[in-house]
Design a protein around this ligand. Structure first.
Ligand code: TYC
Length: 101
């Protein structure tokens, strides 16, 4: 006699919960010296000279440039740290954050 075939009633779906990521965006202005922007990008976002110069130039030409994505806390902390560096030297340099789609 054929044995019963038992089908599983539930399916296991393994969902990995990933934290939402936030972009840090560099905003252009007419006053902050290019070289200062490059220094801040190197110090806060651990970029090398070439990367930092490229990002600075993109923001300068297009108005803004996405720098990197981080978790919300890290993105906000870095954006504030970088903005504060400019402020400490009297520059209007501004970094903002935005959730990734
Ligand atoms: N536009 C600035 C200048 O010409 C340089 C600059 C680039 C400032 C990018 C901010 O996010 C910025 N001195």
């Amino acid at each position: 006699m054929a044995e019963n075939i038992v089908k599983p009633k539930t399916k296991t779906r393994s969902k990995t919960l990933r934290p939402k990521l936030y972009k840090v965006i560099l905003v252009n202005d007419d006053f902050t010296p290019r070289e200062f922007v490059v220094q801040v990008l190197k110090a806060v976002f651990r970029m090398n000279e070439t990367q930092a110069y490229g990002v600075m130039l993109t923001a300068h030409k297009r108005g803004a440039c996405v720098i990197a994505v981080f978790t919300k806390d890290v993105a906000e902390t870095k954006a504030k740290e970088a903005t504060d560096l400019g402020k400490s030297q009297g520059y209007p340099l501004f970094f903002t954050t935005e959730p990734e789609e």
